[in-house]
Design a protein around this ligand. Structure first.
Ligand code: MV4
Length: 526
């Protein structure tokens, strides 16, 4: 088997120690444990299978029959449904790897993917962590430290402080200097937690207090810093790959401006806003930041981009991201295979000049949530499922007809990714594919995704982080919404307890989304 693979590439340059995706010469590992669940575990298993690597799944009590368990070569139970008792328990994961003879661990995203302690524990147990070195994870986990790295490397950051603000007086001085409105951010934060917008000096002391207490509760560190507020920014991120020999390349950008409450809904590559010149400057900046912290493996450098196309370093994500498939479709690379080979010590085997972007890719996140009820999670049994197909349509999912979406984890059910020769073709294809997608038994975000991709601002490429607030004008302030959500969740849990802790019965087949929409005539007005 291997000899024929070798024969196939023998006419090419020596690729025996490179990630070049032209014939899988030899497997980087014999066996890999995937410390995750759902669609990303399935995604990693697929790459391993193509490389001839044996796979070990881990599963909680809620995931006995989940797709990743069915697809892996072996599966190890790791405890009760709550992730703090299963997917987040480092000792259980390392014990499972030891017991099965896995040589390496892929963390996926979320859970322990950016936990420096987990990366270090894997290495200490003689397991290769398929991700960056723990020191690089730690360096990027501190947002202020990451900001100082960017500054040192000549990468633009939003004007603001380089150290946490000490008190109200200093905050007032700094805010006046950078100019209102300003943003307060948690030093150890990210993803929007501990963040406060301050429009006028009078609001500063109370906002500072709120940001500090939120940061302290969420991250165990109340340090807060100040940045000038960028109005209606775009969120554009650069994918990088770095090997352990000093090689680093960027694989273009992803536009992720369509978000709701810091949850991305639609991502695309390339960005309709980025010029080739800008791509090169952002890409080179991203590579400088990655190199400066000794980054190895796949990573993403996030930027805010203002209306004048100025870009500012925001943070670096030390993991494979949910939206990585759009990069795969326009670059032709398999990022998980690249991760595996990099972790095994291979050289990239290609340079920046070998990276070309072809056509356009769009991803829609299909969440098991009810977009007609404040996006409340909609766990339960997937009674019926028809997944779209046809040319250049990819569905990455962790569910199948008859499987159950547990209430314990995030609601991402599937990622629908399409490719087209240009943006209009990709939008037409996504519209077609979303129209084919049928899920019975749980509510999904499909109807809202259809509205997004049909919106004139979206089709014209007029994207910003304010897009969803305009699409959903009923949105209240974050504080109000949090209280409403807590009340809603409490009510659902109480009903669940009363019902004897059983999974809610699925609606009869006739009451699928068509029925639901018919009951809600006002959805057309969104
Ligand atoms: C900002 C900003 C405006 N100005 N920083 C949100 C998540 C966190 N990673 C950074 N975020 C923001 N930082 C300055 N100086 C606006 C946001 C922001 C945002 C950024 C990206 C995508 C969606 C967003 C939604 C609201 C706010």
């Amino acid at each position: 088997m291997f000899s024929s693979a070798r024969a196939r590439v023998s006419a090419l340059p020596d690729l025996s120690n490179s990630c070049y995706d032209a014939g899988d010469v030899s497997a980087p590992f014999g066996k890999v444990l995937i410390a995750n669940r759902g669609e990303i575990a399935v995604r990693v298993i697929r790459a391993c299978r193509e490389l001839g690597i044996a796979t070990v799944a881990v599963f909680s009590e809620a995931d006995r029959e989940s797709l990743h368990v069915l697809l892996a070569d072996e599966a190890v139970p790791i405890g009760p449904a709550p992730s703090v008792e299963s997917y987040l328990v480092i000792d259980k994961l390392i014990a499972a790897a030891r017991a099965t003879g896995a040589e390496a661990v892929h963390p996926g995203y979320g859970f322990l993917a950016e936990n420096a302690t987990f990366a270090a524990a894997c290495q200490a147990a003689g397991l290769t962590f398929i991700g960056p070195p723990s020191a690089a994870i730690r360096a990027m986990g501190d947002k202020m430290a990451a900001r100082r790295v960017a500054i040192k490397m000549g990468v633009p950051v939003v004007p603001g402080t380089e150290q946490p603000v000490a008190d109200d007086a200093e905050a007032a001085r700094v805010a006046a200097q950078v100019g209102y409105p300003v943003m307060l951010k948690a030093a150890m934060g990210g993803g929007g937690k501990g963040m406060r917008l301050v429009r006028a000096p009078g609001e500063l002391p109370s906002s500072l207090r709120a940001a500090r207490s939120e940061a302290g509760a969420a991250f165990g560190d109340a340090a807060v810093y100040i940045e000038r507020y960028v109005e209606e920014p775009r969120h554009i991120e650069i994918q990088v790959l770095a090997d352990s020999h000093g090689g680093v390349v960027y694989l273009g950008e992803r536009e992720c401006s369509i978000q709701r409450r810091h949850q991305k809904l639609v991502e695309e590559s390339p960005s309709p806003f980025v010029t080739p010149e800008m791509r090169r400057r952002m890409g080179e900046a991203a590579c400088r930041v990655a190199s400066a912290v000794g980054y190895v493996n796949a990573g993403t450098v996030e930027f805010l981009v203002d209306r004048e196309r100025n870009f500012y370093f925001l943070e670096m994500n030390a993991r494979l991201q949910v939206e990585h498939p759009v990069t795969e479709l326009v670059t032709g690379r398999d990022l998980v295979k690249d991760q595996l080979r990099i972790a095994a010590g291979d050289k990239l085997g290609f340079g920046q000049d070998d990276v070309t972007l072809t056509g356009w890719a769009i991803e829609c996140r299909i969440n098991a949530e009810d977009p007609f009820a404040s996006f409340i999670p909609s766990p339960g049994r997937v009674v019926g499922l028809r997944v779209p197909g046809g040319p250049w349509v990819r569905d990455d999912t962790g569910v199948y007809a008859g499987s159950t979406i547990p209430r314990y984890y995030d609601t991402l059910m599937a990622k629908l990714i399409v490719w087209g020769p240009d943006r209009d073709a990709a939008i037409a294809r996504m519209t077609r594919a979303l129209g084919e997608y049928t899920v019975v038994g749980v509510q999904t975000t499909i109807p809202i995704l259809q509205r997004i991709v049909a919106h004139p601002d979206f089709t014209a490429g007029r994207l910003s982080t304010a897009f969803m607030e305009r699409l959903l004008p009923a949105t209240r302030s974050e504080g109000d919404d949090r209280r409403a959500q807590v009340a809603l969740i409490a009510a659902v849990l109480a009903a669940y307890e009363r019902a004897g802790r059983t999974t809610p019965a699925p609606p009869p087949p006739t009451s699928s989304s068509g029925w639901r929409q018919a009951l809600r005539p006002d959805w057309r007005g969104w």
